[in-house]
Design a protein around this ligand. Structure first.
Ligand SMILES: Nc1ncnc2c1ncn2[C@@H]1O[C@H](COP(=O)(O)OP(=O)(O)OP(=O)(O)O)[C@@H](O)[C@H]1O
Ligand SMILES: [Mg+2]
Length: 280
């Protein structure tokens, strides 16, 4: 397939952006560039304005200065219909990514497919189980969200963020509430999903080891501005005190990640529509 304009243009660009909620900006002079296929991390301490920047990238908040371009569109100049169209090409893992409590894990992930696509039940089942497999929760598909832990709920939210094959995924604190093992695997998963789907990923976190492991570029914000940007190796070599402050933590070793199979899952699975090729 020939390269299209959409596949070669940057996924997300911030140019001299200022954001905030009052007349005084919370952050200003922010430059950010995310190319298709890249995993880019925005690091900053709690309250530094990371989620606020994410809101600028989703168009929930318009910049006070500068420009934000998302998949080639400037939300400040786009029509509501154009904004909606761009949002459908994005996946977002919100920091407070609440799941629908009255739905199963499966239905939570399937929700956007039912809303925004014409996929049939077999296609939906394949896509949802594929994404649940990727986050280690295939065999938890039948559980209600009240029956899963907080960390599992994060992984379900992750599966949900990528279910529509987005071109750009924004992850706000994807490691929150995860144990060190699930954290490392989740980081690898974000990298793998990016590589497999060919999407761009912006990772918003204060977790250095996991994000450095998988990122092409890292940005560090604090005290109202951008302090550093570069490859993880460049940031590791930096003697900027802000940069140094973030470079600590230890990853852990591999332990079972997939939620264990069970008769309850198998019974649930048996009641699902047949997969492609299984039909007469
Ligand atoms: N809707 C809002 N209205 C007014 N102020 C807000 C709003 N949301 C956040 N703030 C303020 O903006 C600042 C930055 O908040 P933000 O949520 O962007 O930080 P953060 O870097 O994401 O922090 P954390 O790591 O704890 O998630 C905080 O002082 C916060 O109180
Ligand atoms: Mg936040």
């Amino acid at each position: 397939m020939p390269a299209t304009a959409a596949s070669t243009q940057p996924a997300l660009v911030f140019r001299q952006v200022a954001v905030g909620y009052t007349e005084t900006p919370l952050l200003s002079g922010i430059d950010l560039h995310v190319e298709p296929g890249q995993v880019v991390t925005m690091l900053g301490g709690s309250g530094s304005g990371k989620t606020t920047l994410l809101r600028a990238a989703t168009g929930q908040l318009l910049p006070m200065a500068g420009t934000v371009q998302v998949l080639g569109t400037d939300f400040a100049k786009a029509s509501p219909a154009a904004v909606r169209a761009v949002r459908q090409r994005m996946g977002v893992l919100f920091q407070q990514g609440a799941l629908f409590t009255d739905l199963t894990v499966f239905e939570n992930v399937a929700f956007a497919l039912r809303e925004h696509t014409r996929m049939n039940e077999t296609e939906i089942r394949e896509r949802v189980l594929d994404r649940l497999q990727a986050v280690g929760l295939r065999a938890a598909a039948h559980l209600r969200t009240g029956e899963i832990s907080g960390g599992m709920a994060r992984r379900v939210a992750l599966a949900r963020a990528v279910v529509l094959d987005p071109e750009l995924v924004l992850y706000d604190e994807p490691f929150a509430g995860l144990d060190p093992i699930a954290m490392g695997i989740t980081a690898q998963l974000i990298r793998q999903l990016s590589d497999r789907l060919g999407c761009a990923s912006l990772l918003i976190t204060h977790d250095v080891p996991e994000s450095f492991e998988i990122s092409d570029r890292v940005y560090l914000i604090g005290k109202g501005r951008l302090h550093a940007s570069g490859t993880p190796a460049e940031l590791r070599a930096s003697d900027d005190p802000y940069v140094r402050q973030f470079l600590e933590g230890l990853p852990d070793g591999p332990v079972a990640f997939q939620y264990p199979d069970s008769p309850a899952f198998q019974q649930w699975l048996a009641r699902q529509p047949a997969a492609k090729g299984e039909r007469p």
